[in-house]
Design a protein. Structure first.
Length: 502
């Protein structure tokens, strides 16, 4: 290793824990933003005069840009350097947040959300791949990814809390403005502290056909599920979007197999361990995202909780995730194979889902929802450490960005599928329940009670589907992921650091 490269590696190694603080702060901001705006949406819709038909675009514009551009964002990070992509992503995200907070029309709001998605797609893969190249010791890597995984998992629930507090006590605009100090501190800290090891860039020319096909394919897929939630699975536009996404993504795979410098080298996803993590995590997120939404509505609509109280009700899940990720996942990831953390983790989360499947209108928070949230958090926390670490373990440095982007892509697509699929199942079950019992509800109070019972029945039916998803995720992990414990075969230094000629 040359003296210059040795010094660069030494700086990166010395500052790695300081860098983790700013990387984790940025990740928290991105994850928060996925849920914090949902709480503020009713107030923003009223202020800006957004119609009921158009309000979905506040969420959809972000999801489409973020999900569609993740692979491109990961490749840009490999090309430019992860630190540069990370800082530019933060600055752009802050600017887009300022635009959203200052919006006076619905169109401006939609544009700001799309811009947040664009810069989030640059920022998120850069954050994860920076961890991959900076933390090379197996035990330290486990701690770093444990912290990162806890934030990635718990940030959504924190978003509900923060969104409720800001909307109720300040103004919905602060759900955007709050990103500015987050991004400023993280960008300044990263600029001065992060030292990326030299030699890990992929300077091959951009695969333009791959960029176009993957972006349009993912956008069609995510938008198809969004349309399905609003207009139904039989809607002509919905079906066309799914057909187009399949055609585009198949063309993307064929293109990647032929070009010299692919956007997504197929070696990244055909590795059984990485592929197993991507697939199982995406399936598990289908279950988790839909359940978060149902619980929010259950607490606010059925139980009558305020937004703030509803947000704080998710705290036990955050606590469970912190324990599962930093105390269980981090301690065991270097001692047991990843499948023996992820598989049992999914099963523990499934136990929490089984409790939620017993929900009724009169169910107690303390006896049903609280233990379910603790189990959900604990189980998913156990899975996040190996799920975040394994896809970048042993990866060639030039592929770190796209391997990281695939982790985010599986979560993003899983979230879009989960929200649309489980919502549709719940709505259909609610309609069938009310239709079947309406004859016995003669008075208005009885009809109102029946409606609530129908809503809760719909949630529980959808939660049974979520339980099935977690079972499938468990089977995928046990069947595909066969890696040994981290640090047991080749050392992380061998696989994560680029070799620089003397």
């Amino acid at each position: 290793m040359s003296r210059k490269a040795f010094k660069a590696h030494g700086d990166a190694h010395a500052n790695r824990w300081k860098a983790l603080v700013f990387i984790a702060l940025a990740q928290l901001m991105v994850v928060l933003d996925a849920t914090i705006v949902n709480i503020a949406l009713p107030s923003a819709q009223q202020d800006l005069g957004i119609s009921d038909g158009d309000r979905q675009w506040v969420v959809t514009a972000y999801a489409l840009a973020f999900g569609g551009l993740l692979l491109f964002g990961g490749r840009v990070g490999d090309l430019w350097g992860r630190k540069r992509a990370f800082v530019i992503g933060l600055i752009g995200f802050a600017a887009a947040s300022a635009l959203g907070g200052a919006a006076t029309t619905g169109a401006t709001m939609f544009g700001a959300r799309a811009l947040q998605g664009v810069f989030g797609a640059l920022l998120a893969p850069a954050a994860l791949s920076l961890l991959a190249v900076m933390f090379t010791d197996a035990k330290e890597r486990a701690k770093a990814f444990g912290i990162y995984g806890a934030i990635a998992g718990g940030g959504s629930a924190v978003g509900f809390i923060l969104g409720g507090v800001l909307t109720e006590y300040l103004d919905w605009r602060w759900t955007f403005f709050v990103n500015i100090p987050f991004a400023t501190v993280a960008a300044a800290g990263a600029y001065f502290v992060v030292r990326e090891p030299e030699g890990g860039r992929n300077r091959s020319p951009l695969d333009i056909p791959g960029v176009v096909l993957s972006t349009l394919g993912l956008v069609s897929l995510v938008y198809g599920f969004t349309r399905a939630e609003c207009d139904g699975w039989g809607d002509t536009t919905t079906i066309c979007l799914f057909v187009v996404s399949v055609v585009l993504l198949l063309a993307f795979v064929l293109t990647e197999a032929k070009v010299k410098a692919p956007l997504l080298p197929l070696r990244v996803v055909t590795d059984r361990n990485r592929g197993g993590v991507y697939l199982s995590l995406g399936i598990a997120v289908i279950a988790m995202f839909g359940t978060f939404l149902f619980l929010t509505y259950y607490l606010q609509v059925v139980k009558g909780y305020s937004p703030v109280r509803s947000g704080f009700s998710f705290l036990p899940m955050v606590a469970g995730m912190m324990v599962g990720s930093t105390q269980i996942g981090t301690r065991l990831v270097t001692r047991v194979p990843p499948r023996l953390l992820m598989g049992p983790g999914f099963l523990v989360a499934m136990a929490g889902m089984l409790l939620l499947a017993q929900l009724e209108v009169g169910s107690s928070y303390a006896s049903t929802v609280l233990p379910a949230l603790l189990l959900l958090g604990l189980g998913m926390g156990m899975t996040f450490t190996p799920a975040m670490s394994l896809p970048t373990l042993g990866i060639e440095p030039r592929d770190a960005g796209v391997a990281s982007a695939m982790v985010n892509t599986s979560q993003q697509v899983g979230g879009a599928i989960g929200t649309a699929l489980l919502n549709t199942i719940a709505a259909s079950a609610t309609t069938a329940y009310v239709r079947g019992h309406i004859a016995g509800a003669a008075t208005k109070p009885e009809q109102q009670l029946l409606q609530l019972q129908g809503v809760v029945h719909g949630y529980t039916i959808a939660i049974w589907f979520a339980i099935g998803m977690l079972l499938i995720a468990t089977l995928v992990v046990l069947a595909l992921v066969n890696a040994g414990r981290e640090g047991s075969e080749r050392s992380a230094d061998e696989v994560a650091l680029p070799v620089v000629a003397h």
